[in-house]
Every structure is written in structure tokens, then in C-alpha cells.
Write a protein of this length. Sequence first.
Length: 100
Amino acid sequence: MTTFFVTLLKITLVALAMWWLLNNAPFIMALIFGVLALVVAFSAAALAALTLGATIGLVAVIVAAAVALSLATALAPVWLPLLAIVGLVALCLPKKTQTA
């Protein structure tokens, strides 16, 4: 007999829950759509910020590489002979022996 009453109670609770959901559906759906709209807006803003940050970072890296390459090219008449002289001097110097 108790199983019958428990089953009847469950059916009643489900019926009340369905009635409440059907009568309050516009409010619930408005809340759900509001939260969904906030999530979409936040995701779009985060994606835009990440894209802008990555673009600015990539441009900064490219500009730094271009400046370094142009400096190396402009100073090539100076540093290439200097590098050759340093290499020849290092080749001609006797090696230092390490004493323990």
C-alpha cells in the first residue's frame, strides 16, 4: 500500500512541476536566453581581444626582426671584417693549458 502512495506522490509532484514550468515558461526562457546572450557576448569580446593581441604581438615581432635585419645589413661592412680579424686572432693565439 505504501508503494501505491509513494507512486501517487511522485506522479503528483511531477504533475505540479510540469504545471509550474508551463505557467512560468516565459520567465524561465527569458532568464536562459539572457544568460546565453551574456555568454555569447563575453566569448565574442574575448575572441576579439585575443585576436587583436595576437595581431599586435605578431606585428611587433615582425618589426623587431626587420629592424635587426636592416641593422645587420647596414653594419655589415663594419662587423664582417671585424669578425674575420677576431677569428684570425683567436686562431693564432696559443691554447691555454689548464692546471689542476
